[in-house]
Design a protein around this ligand. Structure first.
Ligand code: F0G
Length: 349
């Protein structure tokens, strides 16, 4: 059967209004990649990467955006607006373009990775930088959508969460059950909320087990770990550079209800996890490596026994989103004359 996107495949399980008019770029249906070397090195039964970088705009945001834009156009909206650390912006721009709507995105000045900004511009959004953080931008778009017909497509929009539940459905459909643990990065906390809602829904209708959720924030932007908003969040994982998550309460509830937890990881630990994933063929952006960084740290600290555990780690965005981080943190390629002798000498052959 031809794949037609997540509204086609899972629409009957999503709480979307009648007026929804399907806009799709055939998002979802991403691979759950087994990681044999990582599994062996960490001593688990099986570790899988849900590789969300393979969505149409390179991140998991497309799952929620197909739902949010489909609802918005169905009710007659002409413009969608969002605040973003980059991926939501690119996704909103692409789906708005597809629907023939105008997209306006607010981003924190100078803090959005090149691949995301380029995407948002290429898809035709009006990109506005603000002299402030993501949290400031979110406050502004929430405010403006209260009094204007602009449609808000941040994950405060409930249809974003509905669409993103599909990630949990896919993992369960692939494994035939939920994993024992589910690890993912946490920024504005929409995705952790959506996954937990999706797992709970599937548990009810399919009788599957529930996973424990390990949410991971970056240490410099970890309001859910320190227990209060962070005024000036900082991290190399710019996607999750968020000090006041809109769905923070729900994230904490998801972790607690599931028997899991939310922890923080340093930038070094996140970048190391990024390298480990890439070395086994899965290149993700820094924020996307936070789930593995957290899992590895918990195992190494003896707080998590991986024996016999099936673990799914969501890698939320593609490595190509943030090429700058590789240029900054890795050696530049060697330069030699275009001569065979120089090549032989360098390779020692
Ligand atoms: N990973 C990536 C690559 C992201 O872009 C985001 C969020 C997250 C994880 C965290 O997900 O917010 O649902 O907890 N990016 C948003 C954006 C904030 O604007 O693109 P969350």
């Amino acid at each position: 059967m031809t794949y037609k996107g997540i509204l086609d495949r899972y629409g009957h399980l999503l709480d979307l209004p009648e007026h929804t008019k399907k806009i799709t770029l055939l998002e979802g249906n991403t691979p759950l990649i087994p990681m044999p070397r990582l599994t062996r090195d960490l001593g688990a039964e099986a570790i899988y990467i849900k590789y969300e970088g393979l969505n149409p705009t390179g991140s998991f945001k497309d799952r929620g955006m197909t739902a949010a834009v489909s609802e918005a156009i169905g009710r007659g909206a002409e413009t969608v607006i969002c605040a973003s650390t980059g991926n939501t912006a690119a996704s909103a721009a692409a789906y708005a373009g597809r629907a023939g709507l105008r997209a306006v995105v607010l981003i924190p000045e100078g803090k959005v990775a090149a691949g995301k900004l380029a995407g948002a511009i290429a898809y035709g959004a009006q990109v506005i930088q603000i002299e402030g953080s993501f949290d400031d931008a979110l406050t502004m778009v929430v405010e403006i959508t209260k009094t204007t017909p602009l449609a808000l497509v941040n994950s405060i929009n409930p249809y974003r969460i509905e669409g993103q539940k599909s990630g949990a459905f896919e993992i369960c459909d692939t494994l035939g059950d939920a994993p024992d643990w589910h690890c993912l990065p946490v920024g504005n906390a929409g995705n952790i909320t959506a996954y937990w809602a999706g797992y709970k829904q599937y548990a009810k209708i399919k009788g599957i087990n529930l996973p424990k959720i390990l949410g991971v924030q970056a240490a410099g932007s970890a309001p859910l770990v320190v227990g209060h908003p962070v005024e000036n969040p900082e991290t190399v994982a710019t996607a999750i550079r968020i000090g006041k998550p809109a769905r923070g309460e729900q994230a904490l509830m998801a972790a607690e209800e599931s028997g899991g937890r939310i922890i923080a990881q340093s930038d070094e630990s996140i970048l190391e996890a990024q390298r480990i994933l890439a070395s086994e063929g899965v290149w993700v952006e820094p924020a996307s490596a936070a789930g593995l960084a957290g899992l590895k740290a918990e195992i190494e600290a003896g707080k998590f026994d991986p024996k016999g555990q099936k673990i799914a780690i969501v890698c939320t965005g593609h490595g190509m989103k943030d090429p700058g981080i590789i240029a900054d943190s890795m050696p530049t390629p060697e330069l030699i004359p275009a001569e065979m002798g120089a090549l032989r000498e360098l390779l020692g052959v």
